[in-house]
Design a protein around this ligand. Structure first.
Ligand code: HEC
Ligand code: HEC
Ligand code: HEC
Ligand code: HEC
Ligand code: HEC
Ligand code: HEC
Ligand code: HEC
Ligand code: HEC
Ligand code: HEC
Ligand code: HEC
Length: 303
């Protein structure tokens, strides 16, 4: 039935020569591109065709490739159809965004590190040959990202790490490959495509909920600079993903009396005179300051 309907669409077209170009409907494409058709019924883009409610300008093959009238009349050829193999990166982006500017924020994607490096939709998504029906990825996610970010793999093999290589969590738990919708909580610094979860908070908090607060006594560095001030998010040779092997050296980067900010306009407060750093006991700051991420009962995070 549907095939017949499509043929009816084609007929008037053949009668009216090359211009203007017209939409012919997806079933017309089947004859010459049976390989593409073979798998297409599993594709999310097939829905409109399957339902019989195809509006070729907006759905189906021609939703992406543009009107096929001239192409069919010419019996094929790349010049008569929207051929991605001939498109510039920005043409590819525009073709996809004509429908996806709601799910993939247009402003975010335009300014993402990927777009700026000419890495666009079809470099990560494969419409016709995806091995992962979900999200139509060109490769399973981890392989996809490591194709271009090979150096990151080693960071996830450090002694202390997030188990990404083991499949426990994914790059997209922390990153949004499409870029950010809005400047994130660290406005002004490079966004590193960090995904922001609800309320524009750090993605870390969606799993480490006990660090979310709000706390009566916040540790400014956790809230303002963010988790990666002290933690290497991918992996680290140090326990707890810490950036430094010895905790006190991390603390002293800020608690060194330098600067003129803070509650007493004297920079970040130094530890008090009672702290004798020659005594190894005092070097393990977090044995006493146990609520280092924030506390509800003590302004010095001692409990
Ligand atoms: C969602 C957008 C989209 C839809 C819908 C779509 N295509 Fe494609 N098509 C592409 C992209 C992107 C490429 C480039 C190769 C790739 O990334 O898979 C492509 C490539 C092709 C190619 C080149 C050969 C190849 O496999 O690379 C042909 C032929 C083709 N499409 C035909 C069709 C036909 C026929 C339909 C309808 C059954 C269709 N396309 C539906 C986006 C689409
Ligand atoms: C009469 C046969 C025929 C019909 C019908 C037909 N095509 Fe083609 N198509 C071809 C041929 C031949 C090529 C050229 C292949 C080449 O040059 O590698 C081609 C190329 C393409 C390409 C370019 C692939 C690339 O290399 O990027 C796309 C996209 C495409 N067709 C989509 C469609 C769509 C969509 C329809 C339905 C509207 C359609 N075709 C209908 C014969 C046909
Ligand atoms: C003509 C409109 C249209 C165009 C153009 C289009 N898409 Fe889609 N896309 C859709 C629709 C509709 C769906 C199905 C949404 C659903 O099932 O809720 C979809 C689904 C998807 C999905 C699957 C989402 C999921 O949740 O699994 C991906 C990925 C996708 N499109 C990528 C692309 C890419 C990449 C391009 C450009 C090559 C593109 N689309 C071009 C309309 C379009
Ligand atoms: C750097 C790789 C990359 C690029 C470039 C990319 N995507 Fe994606 N996309 C992904 C990954 C990975 C996912 C799956 C995310 C997940 O698992 O949550 C995804 C998911 C999606 C989804 C479904 C889920 C959602 O977020 O709504 C759609 C639709 C989509 N992409 C469309 C696009 C379009 C359109 C473009 C171009 C404007 C694009 N993508 C560019 C990697 C990419
Ligand atoms: C086709 C190659 C390619 C693929 C695939 C790819 N990327 Fe990228 N990515 C790049 C390029 C190029 C840049 C920009 C240059 C740079 O910073 O390395 C970039 C930048 C980034 C950045 C920002 C780096 C910064 O310094 O701000 C992050 C984060 C990132 N990619 C994560 C991912 C994730 C996660 C995936 C998998 C979903 C992925 N990329 C897939 C090529 C790719
Ligand atoms: C636990 C959260 C998390 C996961 C999972 C994660 N990242 Fe990251 N990634 C980050 C954060 C946070 C930064 C920013 C670090 C900074 O600014 O110092 C970052 C930075 C980056 C950068 C830019 C800086 C650099 O180190 O080169 C790239 C590229 C990157 N990540 C790629 C990936 C890839 C690829 C994956 C998956 C294999 C991945 N990330 C998984 C949180 C994560
Ligand atoms: C998708 C959930 C998820 C996200 C997002 C996430 N983590 Fe984790 N994190 C875990 C899990 C699960 C572990 C336990 C280690 C393991 O076996 O993977 C862990 C372990 C840790 C550890 C080490 C704990 C220990 O006892 O050694 C630190 C520190 C940490 N994460 C910090 C972060 C930071 C910082 C971010 C954001 C950049 C983040 N996490 C994002 C799930 C997550
Ligand atoms: C000022 C530095 C600093 C900042 C900022 C920081 N952490 Fe930590 N974090 C530490 C230290 C130090 C430890 C180790 C505590 C110990 O050994 O008892 C730790 C331990 C952890 C642990 C493992 C032990 C536990 O308490 O569960 C997780 C998970 C963690 N941090 C997550 C986060 C997250 C998520 C953020 C951002 C919201 C963050 N950290 C920000 C210093 C910091
Ligand atoms: C990125 C900088 C930074 C790092 C690293 C850092 N802090 Fe802080 N810390 C601050 C700031 C800023 C304040 C708030 C100071 C103020 O308001 O005067 C603060 C406050 C405190 C306080 C509360 C007492 C006070 O003066 O308000 C304690 C205790 C503390 N930090 C301990 C630590 C320990 C222990 C570490 C190491 C695990 C650490 N800090 C790492 C920046 C940092
Ligand atoms: C043996 C337990 C212990 C250790 C270890 C310890 N502290 Fe403290 N810290 C305290 C106590 C108790 C106070 C509050 C009383 C005081 O000021 O001595 C305090 C207060 C502070 C204050 C606030 C000072 C003020 O003027 O209010 C800072 C900042 C601080 N510690 C940082 C550190 C840093 C950085 C380290 C690691 C080099 C560290 N502490 C190690 C017990 C400890």
């Amino acid at each position: 039935m549907r095939f017949a309907a499509a043929l009816c669409l084609v007929v008037p077209f053949f009668a009216t020569a090359q211009t203007p170009n017209t939409y012919v409907g997806s079933t017309t494409c089947r004859t010459c591109h049976p390989d593409v058709w073979l798998n297409f019924n599993k594709n999310p883009h097939y829905k409109s065709i399957a339902s019989g409610k195809e509006t070729p300008a907006k759905t189906g093959c021609e939703g992406c490739h543009g009107p096929g009238g001239n192409h069919v009349a010419a019996k094929g050829g790349k010049a008569t159809i929207g051929a991605f193999s001939e498109f510039s990166p920005s043409q590819k982006l525009d073709a996809c965004l004509s429908c996806h500017s709601k799910d993939v924020n247009r402003a975010g994607v335009r300014h993402s590190a990927h777009t700026e490096a000419d890495v666009v939709c079809s470099d990560c998504h494969s419409i016709h040959k995806s091995p992962t029906p979900k999200f139509l990825l060109a490769k399973p996610q981890i392989q996809l990202c490591y194709t271009c970010h090979a150096t990151v793999r080693g960071q996830f093999e450090m002694p202390s790490k997030h188990r990404v290589n083991e499949g426990a969590i994914q790059c997209s738990d922390c990153h949004n490959p499409h870029g950010n919708v809005a400047p994130n909580w660290r406005t002004g610094t490079s966004s590193r495509l960090i995904a922001t979860s609800h309320d524009n908070e750090q993605p870390c908090l969606k799993c480490h909920v006990d660090k979310r607060g709000p706390f009566v006594y916040e540790h400014a560095s956790v809230r303002v600079e963010g988790c990666e001030t002290c933690h290497a998010p991918h992996g680290s040779p140090n326990a707890r993903l810490l950036r430094r092997p010895v905790v006190f050296t991390l603390c002293l980067e800020c608690h060194n009396g330098a600067g003129t900010f803070g509650r007493q306009n004297a920079g970040v407060r130094l530890q008090s005179a009672s702290h004798n750093l020659l005594d190894p006991k005092y070097q393990r700051c977090t044995t006493c300051h146990v609520r280092i991420h924030g506390s509800n009962s003590d302004e010095r995070f001692l409990r």
